[in-house]
Structure formats: structure tokens, C-alpha cells
Design a protein around this ligand. Structure first.
Ligand code: GUN
Length: 287
């Protein structure tokens, strides 16, 4: 039987509707959430992603300010900008779009962001909180992946979950979130032996490696929930990390590319920005 295609756009719209209502309430109380985005250089994919984030902010009522800076901007100038944004009470969330032009050090910039404004969840403090099961900011793509899995009604506790890819931004935090939901989690990478066999164990299979159509239908356990995080530009269209045509014959649920994980990443950024605004209100009240 053909897989049910998970509609990431529709789910993202549901999340955004909830966020929109919350933003209205906060704005009426004098606390309009604000997001600052730092975009350096001309990377075409980043331009598109940042435009999508701006549009999403406008859609839900979050005030967004994009700092578009030339590729020649220095590390010191960026650190000074982040300092200013950290101190600005109208800015609740700060995001440094990656990749950055050569010569700039993303990890140092991410560390400079106040962890309580780190809506990307990339700061080591938030990575540590996630690992320890403490409250903090969860990276947007993994948070969106979890919502997509939950939307299928799958009972995650006790499930065999397989995550292909161990990046700090997607693979590792996704594995941590699934573990926190009591799945039995296997993380695969370039040195994994017999990758197709390991993938076939997954009742939940998340693929985030950036290799066009790596995972074939016969790598998938029949009925599995398959989340395809890949965005690979082909000559004609975008391709996922999963071969869609063969996968849909085997999986129980499958995300499309585009229209699966991507819209949820942006929606979860809106969720994190509202959370940051609420956090600032609590801290302001305390201070
Ligand atoms: N580049 C691609 N995805 C992301 C993201 O979620 N956050 C940031 N900061 N940069 C990205």
C-alpha cells in the first residue's frame, strides 16, 4: 500500500495559527516578539531561507529585522552587532544564518549569542540543556521533525528509531529528542557498516545526510515513518535524501521534498521566538 504523504505545509500552518494567536495576545500586552536575523554574503539558498523566515514573521505578527551584511564583514563587526542585539530589549531572538562566507567562524558567533535569545538552539549551553533534559531552546529542524512524527499518531515510546546523519544541527539533536521520547535510537554515519540493514530496523527513519536519494525503498521497514530532511538541488528540481518513488511503496508515512520538513523548520523558529519573548518577560519581571 502506498505511504501516506505527510503534509508539512499544512502542519506548519496549524503551528503558525497557534503562534499567531499567542503573538496577538503578547502584542496586546505590550510585548511584541522580535527576531533579529544576521545574513552575511550572497549565498543563494540562504537568501531564500531568510526571505521565508521574514515572511513567516510577518504572517504571525513577529517583528523581524534582517541585518544583510556584505561578505567582507569582519568577525569583530559581527561580534559587536551580536552584543548590541543581546542588549536590545526589543530583540527576543537572534539568529546567524549559516553557512557564512569563508574566514568567518560560525561557532564563535553562535557562542556570542545570549543563550536565552538563541532561537536556533545552536549555543553550546542549549545543546547541553537538550542533552541533560533541561528546559532550553531546541534546534528548529529537529523540533519540526518530532512534530511531523507525532502528527502520524505513532507511539514513539519503545519504537526502533534510526537517524542517518550525525550533524550537530540535525542528526544529534534529533536522536536526543527521540531518546527523550523513549525510542530506542540508532545513529548512523559514513562509517556505519551495512547501512541498508540498519535502516531497515527503523520504525521511525530520519535521513539527514545531504545526499540525493541515498535511501532506497528496499532500505525501509514496511510501514515505517520516514522523515526526509535532505534538500538537494538537481538540474530540474529539489531532491530529498530518500528516493521518493520507491520509498512511497514501502513506508507507512513519508515526508515530501519540498513541503515536508522545510516549512516545519520555519514554523518552529516562530515558536522559539515567542518562547524567547515570554522568557524575557519573566526575567524582566524578576530583575
Ligand atoms: N542554514 C540552514 N538552516 C539553518 C537554520 O536553521 N538556522 C541557521 N542559522 N542557518 C541555517
Amino acid at each position: 500500500m502506498a505511504a501516506k504523504i505527510i503534509d508539512g505545509k499544512a502542519l506548519a500552518e496549524q503551528v503558525r495559527a497557534r503562534v499567531r494567536a499567542e503573538v496577538q495576545e503578547l502584542t496586546a500586552a505590550g510585548l511584541q516578539p522580535g527576531l533579529a536575523v544576521i545574513l552575511v554574503g550572497e549565498d543563494p539558498a540562504s537568501q531564500v531561507y531568510v526571505r521565508n523566515k521574514e515572511r513567516a514573521c510577518a504572517d504571525v505578527g513577529i517583528r523581524s529585522l534582517v541585518h544583510r551584511l556584505p561578505a567582507a564583514t569582519s568577525q569583530e563587526e559581527l561580534l559587536a552587532l551580536i552584543d548590541r542585539l543581546n542588549a536590545d530589549p526589543a530583540v527576543h531572538g537572534i539568529l546567524v544564518q549559516v553557512p557564512l562566507p569563508p574566514g568567518l567562524r560560525a561557532d564563535e558567533l553562535q557562542r556570542a549569542v545570549d543563550p536565552d535569545k538563541d532561537v536556533d538552539g545552536f549555543h553550546p549551553v542549549n545543546a547541553g540543556r537538550l542533552l541533560l533534559g533541561q528546559p532550553g531552546f531546541v534546534p528548529c529542524t529537529p523540533a519540526g521533525i518530532l512534530e511531523l512524527v507525532k502528527s502520524t499518531g505513532t507511539e514513539i515510546a519503545g519504537c526502533e528509531a534510526v537517524v542517518v546523519g550525525r550533524s550537530a544541527t540535525v542528526g544529534k539533536p534529533t536522536a536526543t529528542l527521540l531518546l527523550a521520547e523513549n525510542a530506542t535510537v540508532t545513529v548512523c554515519h559514513s562509517k556505519t557498516r551495512n547501512l541498508p540493514d540498519v535502516c531497515r530496523r527503523g520504525e521511525i527513519l530520519v535521513v539527514a545526510v545531504g545526499r540525493r536519494e541515498l535511501v532506497k525503498g528496499d532500505w525501509i521497514r514496511p510501514g515505517a515513518v520516514v522523515i526526509d530532511v535532505g534538500i538537494n538541488r538537481g538540474e530540474d528540481k529539489l531532491y530529498g535524501d530518500v528516493e521518493f518513488a520507491s520509498a512511497r511503496e514501502v513506508a507507512g508515512f513519508l515526508t515530501p521534498v519540498p513541503g515536508g520538513v522545510g516549512p516545519m523548520t520555519v514554523a518552529m523558529l516562530m515558536v522559539n521566538t515567542v518562547k524567547a519573548a515570554r522568557l524575557a518577560a519573566i526575567q524582566g519581571g524578576r530583575g
